[in-house]
Design a protein around this ligand. Structure first.
Ligand code: DCP
Ligand code: MG
Length: 472
């Protein structure tokens, strides 16, 4: 017996009685008890139609939901059908609503599930037409301003807020494969085009479901749009498929996964006919750098990602070692972990100490490394791989003068695309030069001082972007 696929079909509506048409909605639909006081629903008629809307409204009311006829600031949930996130946002923009931390923009699937469950089900990413990162934001100020209105999207990542909640991963994953392949082929122009496209899509509050949704989005060149179109139509890109099966791409991917191996070495090994790491390791005629030797020795450890728990453990070790030499030093985790990532390929740290001399700064890192080296020898961990109880983890240590800590912090927090666009923005929009050490105003011919990242953004005339919104 076929089961009804739509839970609505299971709901018995009862006999349809003709009621006299009179004033007041309550005459048409008798009042129902409201079971869920915290919610106020509004069902969008656009693309749904009057009849289906009226049907859903009546049904929801019978189930104890508060459903309003009119849109107002008290609405907590807007339910739409056959509308994309971008369409609902566009419609909402014309509605003159106050920003509300409550407002959810949901697909009708949420309402249908809720009615089947007899209570409002939890709203998840699959129901949300527009993402609400802000509710997950640790900053309570931001929770008050959900993305009710889409501002014109900037071509610069430093003018966009990009959290780790990516609604367009199907596209951005594809772009990243293509960008990487162009990087392996040293085609910088196309590589950058796909990286920029991936970056801009990561900042969108909605999923792209038709080409119309791409209108007005910067950094989407024709080549990029073709890939989007193909993914919308076929669910995958033939170009990406071809790249993933390409021998050169696969080899470069494998070779560069070894710490210390870049494009030049990969190219050489590929030309020599190598396709596996084992054969390379056994070739006695090849000379490896100390980094590559470590890369091969700890290969399994280094390709497995670093977890946050591991990063925290490393942080303790770094602090302990640094404080042995500079007890006043500040040690801050930067890179992806500072942006809220759960895993990373390494752990990045910025070290700075008030009142440290040039000599202190020069000597700290060699001293720390020396200390760890001695510890390692003492514990006999250098060659002992069998039954090992430790894991090799890449750690990036950066030491900077105390006055430059804000620039170093901003520069080492990333993402790479965010940093690239910060510098590009400074150069092209402000006639300033920004790097990990300083900010120079070419018009005034002065270096601009800063004690915090906020001050650097202010010098550049940019709204402050929190670290977790820099995942461009
Ligand atoms: N960075 C930089 N110049 C470099 C290397 C890095 O400015 N030559 C900056 C930008 C990066 C940050 O430092 O975002 C950290 O570099 P990582 O390569 O460690 O990148 P992430 O930490 O962002 O990512 P992952 O999780 O892969 O470590
Ligand atoms: Mg990192």
């Amino acid at each position: 017996m076929p089961l009804p696929t739509n839970p609505l079909q299971m709901v018995h509506l009862g006999p349809r009685k003709k009621r006299p048409r009179q004033m007041g909605a309550s005459m048409v639909c008798p009042p129902h008890d409201i079971k869920f006081q915290d919610l106020a629903l509004y069902i969008l008629e656009k693309k749904m139609g009057t009849t289906r809307r009226a049907f859903l409204m009546e049904l929801a009311r019978r189930k104890g939901f508060r459903v309003e006829d009119e849109l107002s600031d008290s609405i907590t949930h807007i339910v739409a059908e056959n509308n994309s996130g971008s369409e609902v946002l566009e419609w909402l923009q014309g509605q003159n609503l106050k920003a509300s931390s409550q407002l959810e923009l949901l697909d009708v699937s949420w309402l249908i599930e809720s009615m089947a469950a007899g209570r409002p089900v939890e709203t998840t990413g699959k129901h949300q037409l527009v993402k609400r990162d802000y509710s997950a934001s640790p900053n309570p100020e931001l929770q008050k301003t959900p993305p009710l209105v889409i501002k014109k999207i900037s071509q610069y990542a430093c003018q966009r807020r990009t959290t780790l909640n990516n609604c367009n991963q199907i596209f951005t994953d594809a772009f990243e494969v293509l960008a990487e392949n162009y990087e392996f082929r040293e085609n910088e122009v196309f590589c950058l085009a796909f990286m920029r496209a991936a970056s801009v899509l990561k900042s969108l509050p909605f999923t792209i479901i038709s080409m119309k949704d791409t209108e007005g989005i910067p950094c989407l060149e024709d080549k990029v749009k073709c890939v989007i179109e193909e993914i919308i139509e076929d669910g995958e890109s033939s170009e990406v498929k071809a790249v993933l099966n390409d021998e050169r791409y696969q080899s470069f991917k494998l070779f560069t996964s070894v710490f210390g191996v870049g494009l030049k070495t990969s190219e050489k090994w590929f030309r020599m006919g190598y396709r596996t790491l084992n054969k390379i390791k056994l070739d006695k005629t090849l000379k490896f750098t100390p980094m590559q030797k470590a890369g091969f020795l700890y290969y399994e450890d280094l390709v497995s990602c670093v977890t946050r728990a591991e990063a925290e453990a490393v942080c303790m070790l770094v602090k302990e070692a640094v404080w042995a030499f500079l007890p006043e030093a500040f040690v801050t985790m930067t890179g992806g972990f500072r942006r809220g990532k759960k895993i990373g390929h390494d752990v990045d740290f910025l070290i700075t100490s008030p009142g440290s001399t040039d000599e202190d700064e020069e000597q700290l890192l060699p001293k720390v490394i020396n200390l760890w080296e001695r510890k390692r020898v003492d514990s006999g961990k250098c060659s002992q791989q069998e039954g090992k109880t430790w894991k090799a983890i890449r750690v990036d240590l950066v030491m900077c003068p105390y006055e430059r800590r804000a620039f170093a912090l901003l520069g080492w927090t990333g993402s790479r695309q965010f940093e690239r666009d910060l510098r590009r923005y400074a150069t092209h929009e402000r006639k300033m030069i920004l790097d990990n050490h300083a900010l120079y105003d070419k018009t005034k011919k002065i270096f601009l001082k800063a004690e915090s990242e906020e001050e650097i953004f202010a010098h550049l005339g940019l709204d402050y972007i929190e670290p977790w919104e820099r995942n461009a």
